[in-house]
Design a protein around this ligand. Structure first.
Ligand SMILES: Nc1ncnc2c1ncn2[C@@H]1O[C@H](COP(=O)(O)OP(=O)(O)OP(=O)(O)O)[C@@H](O)[C@H]1O
Ligand SMILES: [Mg+2]
Length: 398
């Protein structure tokens, strides 16, 4: 095994971030933050520390997570960069892990294998939200409600409220992607006919943890490009509203993740929210709907100046995200390509209390144990340690 090299590790990490920024036309800070969030942190500070202080993360978990979230964004320009990164980190099984994330003998296997419908090297998604419909399980009741509301006209608006890690972002991606998913992005027999005439719908996903979305111009640019409406010059709140109200001819749904972050943004002021509200309520003849997520209930959401936002009054439908049903949780766990013992499935269902984030972590631990044939290891003890920080989910009082 080559010796660990912090210098090489941080250079390769910086290169991967630069590569994602280039491919996604984002700045490096935004990419760092996104990777940090995907790793379950509150931003990109740790990543900046590893790069600029030339440090290797102290925990193997962090190294593996980092390699995976970068792979999911197509950040390894070629598989040998990933291998070099893992070797530089001193990872004990660098080659095996690199091969699993991006097969080294497949030159085409670089960017975002999952996007192209190829099976993902790991059967469970630990950390980042699920992006592909085939990775998403359950929420049948919630989906029925949401897609009924979106039938319109008029399209109505839904607020999804759930604790941290309850599955809000995964649900938004599923709503946006399921109707147009290709067969390779679905599990065999997976239902996708939720919305009649779904081909007419336009979808805009907004992640307010991306700082560009918390500026008016960044928001307008993103929304207009997704709605396929030309960018007016100058682009102001008034010209944005005029462009959307005059040119939106299809049903459209704006999905906003982490709304409270946007409400606190200085630039997205009360006038901005009034504008969005009239676009949805009056100016688009019922063609525009909003779905927002939040960890907070409406009564706790305020603007930066502490006043309530007028935008919130248009949300007539509230969905509170709890755990999956037992049957839905069973389907997730039972999707493992290596079948689990029924006693292990039972243990995973009980221990996770059917929260999808915990089901994913425990199932991944069980699968890794079987795949690597670590017969002597007590995988349940390790798995329990990994979910210790999610106690707040387990004290759920539903
Ligand atoms: N319906 C689902 N099916 C499968 N996995 C899910 C589902 N919902 C959530 N997960 C898993 O749970 C974890 C948390 O999901 P997600 O990131 O969507 O939650 P969140 O509420 O947006 O979290 P945060 O508050 O941290 O933004 C992810 O690892 C994701 O893979
Ligand atoms: Mg989220």
């Amino acid at each position: 095994m080559p010796p660990a090299s912090p210098e090489r590790f941080s250079n390769l990490l910086a290169d991967a971030i630069q590569w994602i920024a280039f491919r996604q036309r984002k700045n490096r800070q935004a990419v760092q933050d996104e990777l940090g969030y995907a790793m379950g942190r509150s931003g990109g500070t740790a990543i900046a520390y590893w790069i600029y202080r030339k440090r290797i993360p102290a925990h193997l978990d962090d190294i593996e997570n980092l390699a995976q979230v970068i792979a999911q964004r197509g950040g390894w320009e070629n598989p040998s960069n990933l291998l070099a990164f893992l070797e530089a980190s001193g990872h004990p099984n660098a080659r095996q892990l690199a091969n699993r994330l991006l097969p080294l003998d497949d030159p085409d296997a670089t960017p975002a294998a999952g996007e192209r419908g190829q099976p993902h090297p790991f059967p469970f998604v630990v950390g980042p939200p699920t992006l592909l419909p085939r990775q998403f399980f359950g929420r049948q009741m919630e989906l029925k409600h949401i897609f009924n509301v979106l039938r319109g006209p008029p399209l109505q608006n839904v607020a999804i409220v759930g604790k941290q890690r309850s599955g809000k972002t995964s649900l938004l991606h599923y709503i946006k992607n399921i109707s147009s998913a290709l067969p390779a992005q679905l599990r065999p027999g997976q239902f996708q006919g939720w919305l009649p005439e779904s081909a007419r719908y336009l979808w805009v996903f907004i992640d307010f943890q991306d700082p560009r979305m918390c500026t008016q111009i960044g928001f307008f640019r993103h929304v207009l490009s997704q709605l396929q409406i030309p960018f007016p010059n100058p682009c102001t709140l008034n010209t944005f509203i005029e462009a959307v109200s005059q040119q939106l001819s299809s049903p459209a749904v704006i999905l906003m993740d982490e709304l409270p972050v946007a409400l606190q943004a200085q630039e997205l002021n009360e006038t901005f929210w009034w504008g969005l509200r009239s676009l949805g309520a009056n100016l688009t003849e019922g063609r525009l709907g909003f779905i927002v997520t939040s960890q907070l209930l409406r009564e706790h959401m305020v603007l930066a100046n502490n006043s309530p936002s007028p935008f919130l009054n248009i949300f007539g439908h509230l969905i509170e995200l709890g755990p999956l049903t037992r049957q839905e949780a069973y389907e997730l766990v039972n999707s493992s390509p290596i079948p689990f013992d029924s006693a292990d499935i039972e243990w995973i269902l009980e221990t996770s209390q059917c929260w999808p984030a915990l089901l994913q972590i425990l199932s991944m631990a069980c699968w890794t144990h079987l795949e690597e044939e670590r017969h002597n290891e007590d995988w349940k003890t390790v798995a329990l340690r990994s979910i210790a920080r999610y106690q707040y989910l387990l004290n759920h009082d539903a």
